[in-house]
Design a protein around this ligand. Structure first.
Ligand SMILES: [Fe+2]
Length: 241
């Protein structure tokens, strides 16, 4: 009886989000506080009460400074309270794995924006496996951080390469799947790879990667998908946050 109750609760709830772009005007995510608040209210309606927002920090393209992101994030937090939206917001970042990130890992790892217990969200090129990814993993872990690879299902260099996926996991990398991959938001190939990762139980976190209201609407579609149900019934680390 308790099991059925627990399952129905999970089915009806959108869980703690660990990946989103809701700090206005700093990347390719939302561009106004109004849009952020609209999305946060919608996510709250879907059942989430905790959102980690993770603006891009990427070489020349998004040269965001951690302190500035926290400052704007704090303003957003004040507006969430003013609007009466029942969401707890935390501010981290999605770091592109490049030389700038390697430099920070080597020199000032404590300045990096993380969520939970030292989880560091990072992304890579969509096409090529970074040459120094193993070095990055080792250095991040040596600094006490837990690297979380954003949306593994979107990297063509990983498609159907489950030994590469397992190698990353064995090295201690945690994998974060994008919910909207299940709604065929990116491509059929990404959707199928996402399904396979769920079938093989190779996912540790799920997140929205929500950049705008269109993607926010795609979350609702994804939540109807049977693979979403399978995913949220995995022992995800989202439940620990
Ligand atoms: Fe992202």
């Amino acid at each position: 009886m308790f099991g059925i109750f627990k399952k129905s609760v999970r089915l009806n709830n959108y869980i703690t989000d660990v990946h989103s772009h809701l700090i206005p005007g700093v990347d390719d995510g939302v561009q106004s506080f109004e849009e952020s608040l609209e999305i946060l209210a919608a996510l709250n309606k879907l059942g989430t009460k905790k959102v980690t927002t993770t603006p891009h920090i990427m070489g020349d393209l998004y040269q965001n400074n951690e302190a500035d992101l926290v400052k704007i994030g704090n303003t957003l937090r004040e507006k969430i309270v003013e609007q009466g939206i029942d969401i707890e917001l935390s501010i981290a970042a999605e770091y592109f794995l490049d030389e700038s990130l390697m430099d920070k890992i080597n020199k000032t790892p404590s300045a990096l924006l993380t969520f939970g217990d030292g989880f560091l969200l990072f992304e890579t090129s969509f096409y090529n496996r970074p040459l120094y990814i193993n070095d990055f993993i080792f250095r991040a872990q040596s600094a006490g951080l837990k690297p979380v690879l954003a949306h593994p299902e979107r990297y063509s260099y990983l498609y159907n390469d489950f030994s590469a996926i397992e190698d990353l996991i064995e090295r201690g990398v945690l994998l974060q799947l994008n919910i909207i991959s299940l709604a065929n938001f990116y491509s059929k190939q990404t959707k199928r790879f996402a399904e396979q990762l769920i079938e093989k139980k190779l996912i540790h976190f799920i997140g929205s990667d929500c950049h705008n209201t269109i993607q926010c609407n795609a979350i609702k579609t994804a939540m109807m998908n049977k693979y979403y149900t399978m995913a949220i019934n995995l022992p995800l680390l989202n439940y620990e946050l």
